[in-house]
Design a protein around this ligand. Structure first.
Ligand SMILES: NC(=O)c1ccc[n+]([C@@H]2O[C@H](COP(=O)([O-])OP(=O)(O)OC[C@H]3O[C@@H](n4cnc5c(N)ncnc54)[C@H](OP(=O)(O)O)[C@@H]3O)[C@@H](O)[C@H]2O)c1
Length: 322
């Protein structure tokens, strides 16, 4: 079968099409013939040699943490009723492939009326967004800043914060992303590549400051966003694209009464994952959660998908179509 492998740690060019033997479902596993694979910012980081302490892969490996497709075989002890059903599945890796083996516990049937490509676009981003919305307990009228708001996760957070009744200020770089974010319902958009972006955010809160920051950007953007939080507010440091998670000084947070959490808040056990995935699919079926799939690439062009993400040219979700 066709796959794309990371041949060594490096730039997007190390993603190379290859042939591997067909996978076989073991006990408690399924084989899925894929139609689409999720591409995450994380995939680009690990491919570049980052995050080794948490993601100890060694090249050559097939990247990709999630797929949509049809179940084509069921391993011993599995439910034969799943054959031919359309599913999405979380994977420990190996998603950039025509067929994948998935643990049955990580497989979810796609409800009628939901496009499997939409479902896989929500597999990670939707679960993370819902988990963050739950953790943040957004209340009507709160002033919420979302950074990296033009990415896959950020646009869903804009939708959820608006649905919760917040006043949403969304920050990203460049006019294309800002226009897209506005379409998704943000009340104010700010370009954080401009020097006065912090003043503009404060202006969008009428000078009162923020109740909540959902920081998907990290680094200096996250640090600046933290400084704009009103006393008693909350801060989520779940993003690293700027190079690292936003650093929060616990002493300063305590002085200002700001509650904060990091990436651990969106690392769910399998029961939580299953619950949130079910909810995400139900929200998608009801039309309340709508991923913005900004670009798709054929499997063999996975390198182009990574290059687009790293060039900050991608809008919303990036997927491979297989
Ligand atoms: N998706 C998930 O389920 C999930 C789960 C846990 C954590 N996270 C983390 O949350 C962050 C956002 O995730 P995402 O899935 O929304 O990613 P994404 O779709 O790739 O979006 C990332 C955004 O980061 C911004 N960015 C800033 N500096 C960048 C750089 N040097 N290179 C590339 N992009 C840069 C880009 O917007 P601008 O150009 O507008 O700045 C881009 O829209 C990532 O750090 C990710 O690891 C995501």
């Amino acid at each position: 079968m066709r796959v794309v492998q990371v041949t060594k740690f490096g730039g997007p060019e190390v993603l190379v099409p290859a042939q591997l033997p067909e996978p076989v479902a073991g006990e408690g596993e399924l084989v899925i013939a894929t139609v689409a694979a999720d591409v995450l910012f994380l995939d680009t980081m690990v491919r570049g040699g980052g995050g080794g302490e948490y993601f100890p892969v060694r090249p050559p490996y097939v990247p990709g943490g999630g797929v949509a497709g049809k179940v084509v075989s069921v391993g011993d002890g599995g439910d034969p009723g799943l054959l031919n059903t359309t599913v999405i599945a979380r994977l420990p890796g190996g998603g950039y492939a025509e067929r994948v083996v998935a643990p049955a516990g990580q497989v979810h049937e796609v409800p009628d009326g939901v496009d499997p490509v939409v479902a896989v676009a929500l597999l990670h981003d939707g679960v993370t967004a819902l988990g963050l919305a739950e953790r943040s307990r957004i209340r009507p009228g709160e002033r919420v800043l979302i950074t990296a708001a033009g990415g896959g996760l950020g646009l869903l957070l804009v939708q959820l914060a608006k649905a919760a009744g917040a006043r949403v200020v969304a920050a990203a770089r460049g006019q294309r992303k800002l226009a897209l974010i506005r379409e998704q319902g943000a009340d104010a958009v700010v370009d954080y590549s401009e020097a006065d972006w912090a003043e503009r955010v404060m202006g969008a809160t009428d000078g009162a400051g923020l109740d909540l920051v959902l920081d998907g950007a990290g680094g200096q953007v996250g640090a600046t966003a933290f400084s704009l939080i009103a006393p008693g507010g909350r801060f989520s440091a779940h993003g690293t694209p700027s190079g690292r998670f936003a650093a929060v000084d616990p002493g300063e947070a305590a002085r200002r009464g700001v509650g904060f959490w990091g990436i651990e808040a969106v690392q769910f056990d399998s029961d939580e994952h299953a619950r949130l995935t079910g909810q995400v699919l139900a929200e998608a079926a009801a039309g309340r959660l709508r991923p913005v799939i900004g670009q798709t690439f054929p499997l063999a062009s996975a390198a182009d998908a990574h290059a687009a993400i790293e060039a900050r040219a991608a809008l919303g979700k990036t997927l491979l179509l297989i």
